[in-house]
Design a protein around this ligand. Structure first.
Ligand code: ZN
Ligand code: ZN
Length: 374
């Protein structure tokens, strides 16, 4: 066995390290001869969408997919975005491959997202605590350190090699002479919701086949919908979006949003009809997701009962080509089950944002209140 594959990324890791910092620190430590062009740009700043170059990928294979995902998403607040009924249930894990296993030979031609900044005092403290200095995620939001109330230091953009050696100095507890005080006052921005639908999170999402079929079903059954529904939305517009989806195969976010609205209104005005639709045509499958299909990265996704996903006709269907689908039969919809089988829901639970089920059936969304943690 290759000795290199046995190298472990240490367990005693800081929880607030930036993705750039994490990639760089581990590459310098375990693959010092590889040039981290996917992290530091040719100009000498941080790369906009950082990634690990091919020669260093082996370092990160020892970590499970979900841990890699959390390292990437340290900046991210999980909310309804990408978590609506017709959103793809698996696409949020694509970034694991893009960052860690993209198999790219870096050329250094990547866009710079900003200069490299740091707080000298934080670095000194982390050396005491962990034995090394690391770059904190929060520094990208402010011009001063919110712990020490001191201005951050910035490295000049003097090219890749200068920055690489300065960064190594910084992590070792030294402040490069070339560094200077950060000038501009950045203000952190927080989330705000204007849209009432933004409050919903769907722990179980529909595959594209179900989306397409739902649109067809709505247009063939709309005459039996409760008339009150058409006081809220226009029948004409509803049918227009159904046609977009079922005929034109337009799975844009606008169509997704509109059909989710129809679904929510049916829950309100025609619950029985909606229940029948799901009973007759839809089933839930449990799927292992992420590049290596391992561990806790799982989602519950709906598929059409009579369709085989391995030959799905929709190119971007989340279930396309999958043979490992485990159909879930009559289970209790309880939060514990959902949390252990929907990783997106687990992430929200770990964020400790208040969640409450909107309905008692399997397909119901949850009301979500995202609290900004400042
Ligand atoms: Zn500090
Ligand atoms: Zn499909």
């Amino acid at each position: 066995m290759n000795i290199i594959t046995e190298v472990e990324v240490e367990d005693n890791a800081p929880y607030d390290e930036s993705l750039h910092g994490f990639l760089l620190r581990n590459q310098l430590l375990y693959s010092p001869s590889s040039k981290p062009f996917g992290v530091i740009s040719l100009k000498g700043g941080w790369v906009d969408s950082p990634f690990v170059n091919k020669e260093a990928e082996h370092i990160f294979r020892t970590l499970p997919d979900h841990e890699l995902l959390e390292i990437i998403d340290i900046k991210e607040v999980v909310n309804n975005v990408g978590n609506q009924l017709f959103d793809c249930a698996t696409s949020y894990t694509n970034k694991i491959s893009n960052v860690f296993f993209s198999n790219r030979n870096s050329t250094g031609t990547y866009k710079t997202s900003g200069p490299i900044v740091f707080c000298e005092l934080c670095i000194k403290e982390s050396i005491k605590r962990f034995g090394y200095g690391y770059f904190k995620n929060i520094w990208s939001f402010y011009s001063y350190c919110i712990i020490h109330n001191e201005p951050l230091k910035e490295l000049p953009l003097k090219g890749f090699y200068s920055s690489l050696s300065w960064v190594a100095d910084v992590m070792g507890g030294n402040t490069p002479e070339a560094s200077f005080q950060v000038q501009d006052t950045k203000k952190p921005s927080f989330l705000s919701w204007d849209d009432p639908f933004a409050a919903y999170f769907f722990p179980i999402k529909a595959s594209q086949c179900v989306f397409n079929f739902f649109a067809k079903w709505v247009s063939t059954n709309e005459s039996s919908f409760n008339n009150d529904l058409y006081r809220v939305i226009s029948r004409k517009e509803m049918l227009k979006y159904c046609r977009f989806v079922s005929v034109k195969k337009d799975f844009s976010s606008k169509s997704k949003y509109y059909l989710t609205k129809v679904y929510m209104l049916l829950k309100h005005f025609n619950q029985n009809l909606l229940d029948k639709f799901f009973e007759q045509h839809v089933e839930v499958v449990k799927v292992q997701i992420g590049p290596r299909k391992q561990g806790v990265l799982r989602e519950l996704i709906t598929k059409r009962k009579e369709e085989s996903c391995s030959i799905c006709k929709f190119k971007s269907c989340s279930l396309r080509g999958r043979k490992d689908l485990e159909v879930i039969e009559n289970y209790d919809r309880n939060i514990k089950y959902l949390v252990s089988n929907s990783y997106s829901l687990l992430r929200i639970v770990l964020q400790q944002d208040p969640l409450s089920p909107f309905g008692s059936d399997l397909w119901s969304p949850m009301e979500l209140e995202v609290i900004s943690k400042d």
